[in-house]
Design a protein around this ligand. Sequence first.
Ligand code: HEC
Length: 191
Amino acid sequence: MRAVLTAAALLLAVSGCAVPAPAPVDISAKSAAIADRFQTELQAQLQAALTASGPVGAIGVCQQAAPAIAANLSEESGAEVRRIALKERNPAALAEGELRKRLEQLAAAPLDASGKPAAVQWTSGSGRDARAHYLRAIPMKAQPCAACHGTSIAPEVRAKLAELYPLDKASGFKPGDLRGAIVISWPLERH
Ligand code: HEC
């Protein structure tokens, strides 16, 4: 009996069926919801700051609010949530390696067939390092983005940006360009 069981277990192990395959994880809906919240919360704070103190004052709010919202959403969801760019303002937003390649694909077509920001998904790593990634385009808009990312930024805004971000590359964008993207990375294994 024991021998039969062992043989059966061996057969299962050899055929790769001993461990049930993990159910495919669909991260798109929950990632899209997080991306929506990020955008909504940040734009509300940005708009309030723009109304209260104009673009120069709003720069500081953006600098504080964006990382704080990303940190909150990361903590709440268990995913890593952040913004990245090909031409970045915050040096921490620089996209490298695989992320950069995917971002270049989005830059070629920032909107999907229905006119919404395009999104891509992929997985990387294996075992403990396995992660599922969701990347959604943040297209440039005329309002209110151009004041701080556009082709003709007011001198006082330019000066404040240069003070806070001496290596800033995130100006000169036109409406419809890819300004950046939000990336949400989920661990595929729980520990
Ligand atoms: C008041 C100025 C201001 C306005 C208006 C503004 N931004 Fe920004 N943006 C910033 C600053 C400052 C940062 C860097 C924030 C940081 O330090 O994380 C930034 C960073 C970003 C990033 C993260 C990547 C990077 O380059 O650091 C994206 C994406 C972005 N902005 C998109 C937009 C879009 C889209 C709009 C319009 C809806 C917009 N911004 C409007 C000032 C602005």
